[in-house]
Design a protein around this ligand. Structure first.
Ligand SMILES: Cc1cc2nc3c(=O)[nH]c(=O)nc-3n(C[C@H](O)[C@H](O)[C@H](O)COP(=O)(O)O)c2cc1C
Length: 136
């Protein structure tokens, strides 16, 4: 049986919305990156976003502290402008010797007047389909 976990970082709740839906779809609990992995995890859905300077340091710390317990990261993200956090997570994964899956999920996240309401119902539905395509 493959072990699965969901961890995320959020500031305004956008990425959390996806994390909760993904966790529900794969029958685990979504936790913030402040919660360490309690066992070896084959499939880690990792949610993040960018805030000018990149992904938050809490995500970097989580990967460093938990690297021995992560089989493979499946990235998901929200952002206002960039196309996803994949590149940022790819760098961190490489630096920590962690595998990163090619598949990822990204959608727009509301920011000030941009993308109001996102992630919306459709985004959440797509995130669920993504998660289910990984954990069959
Ligand atoms: C201080 C700050 C800086 C941001 N910088 C960027 C950015 O450089 N590029 C981008 O695409 N989005 C940027 N955003 C938008 C967020 O990435 C977007 O709102 C995201 O969905 C927030 O996710 P969260 O609610 O899970 O924290 C920024 C938002 C904040 C608050």
């Amino acid at each position: 049986m493959l072990t699965v976990a969901v961890r995320y970082f959020t500031r305004s709740g956008n990425t959390k919305k996806l994390a909760l839906a993904i966790a529900d779809a794969v029958h685990v609990k979504a936790e913030e990156v402040s919660v360490p992995l309690n066992e070896y995890t084959d499939i880690l859905f990792l949610g993040s976003s960018v805030y000018a300077a990149g992904v938050d340091d809490a995500v970097k710390k989580f990967l460093l502290d938990n690297r021995d317990k992560i089989g493979k990261i499946y990235n998901f993200s929200t952002a206002a402008l960039i196309s996803s956090t994949y590149k940022q997570i790819q760098k961190l994964a490489a630096a920590n010797g962690i595998k990163l899956a090619k598949q990822e999920f990204h959608c727009r996240g509301s920011f000030a007047v941009l993308h109001r309401g996102h992630p919306d119902e459709e985004d959440v539905k797509n995130a669920v389909a993504f998660a289910k395509s990984i954990v069959k």
